[in-house]
Design a protein. Structure first.
Length: 297
């Protein structure tokens, strides 16, 4: 008689320095776009849990902000606290590094990893590696440095070897029952994702510096089976920033709102009425009380 394999479940932190592809990897692992993405670093500011349940496992992947090194403001400190707290609460860690690049910032993240927690290294962006011959010695160096359970070269964007990475993760999870209902996809509510989709459009449509000086707050969220009515405010640090976000004749703000609304409708499965304002709140990123009001931990 063949013994049935025990069910495995657990929380799995996805960590790394900014801009290594953590959010893209989370989205690919669970097959759903939950974490916002952009080419700019520090896009993710909050802890986001994406849940993948199969017949034999439940992986609750926790996407974290990129760990901020060096001098940082109150917002950066809050993001770092999210990373360190998450690392103390999970059953396994996926440490994401970029193929061919292991920097001092990667080493700072590695120094935070808890002893005894199973570690898997995802070497991302292998599709962008110019010298493929350099990959093997790079993997050997990571093995010596980090002593992980496994190292998996992946391309989160293309999906290359993501299924292999998932198998390695499932193998280290503890044997236990479901942590969440089987149909649950995330621990965040629709209100949270409304703010995130607006913030994603800010990161994608504005210049290099301005997105970091913006925050989004949902003022009103009304839900019916066929319609979500959402009022949101984008906060900026300076009056000049407000003009940039709004754009000439309000065109940029309209583009931001339209793009975010389409993302919301795809996730919610209903029509969305979205109204967005822009307000100036000077110094918000270094004001702890204001950060708490904006939803930062």
């Amino acid at each position: 008689m063949v013994e049935k394999s025990a069910f495995r479940s657990g929380h799995v932190a996805i960590v790394g320095r900014p801009n290594v592809g953590k959010s893209t990897l989370l989205n690919k692992l669970i097959g759903q776009r939950l974490s916002i993405t952009s080419r700019k670093p520090q896009t993710t500011r909050h802890r986001i849990c994406g849940i993948l349940t199969t017949s034999s496992t439940q992986c609750a992947f926790v996407d974290t902000p990129g760990f901020q090194s060096g001098g940082t403001n109150a917002l950066g400190s809050a993001m770092n606290r999210t990373v360190t707290r998450t690392l103390g609460e999970v059953d396994a860690v996926v440490f994401v590094v970029v193929a061919g690049r292991y920097t001092a910032d990667d080493e700072r993240v590695a120094s935070l990893l808890a002893k005894g927690v199973p570690l898997i290294v995802a070497v991302n962006k292998v599709d962008q590696l110019r010298d493929r011959a350099a990959l093997l010695p790079f993997l050997a160096d990571l093995q010596q440095r980090l002593l992980p359970r496994a190292i998996v070269p992946v391309s989160a964007r293309q999906g290359y070897q993501v299924s292999r990475l998932l198998r390695e993760i499932e193998a280290v999870l503890p044997e236990r029952e479901l942590l969440y209902p089987a149909e649950q996809l995330t621990d965040r509510d629709e209100r949270f994702f409304a703010a995130e989709f607006i913030r994603e459009k800010l990161f994608r449509l504005l210049g290099d510096e301005l997105p970091y000086a913006t925050a989004v707050v949902i003022d009103q969220f009304e839900q019916t089976p066929k319609l979500r009515r959402i009022h949101a405010t984008i906060f900026v640090d300076k009056q000049s920033h407000k003009g940039i976000v709004v754009g000439e004749n309000g065109e940029r703000l309209k583009t931001i709102a339209t793009g975010a609304r389409k993302e919301m409708e795809a996730l919610y499965g209903s029509k969305v009425f979205l109204q967005v304002w822009v307000k100036v709140r000077r110094g918000w990123a270094d004001d702890r009380a204001q950060l708490r009001h904006f939803g930062y931990e």
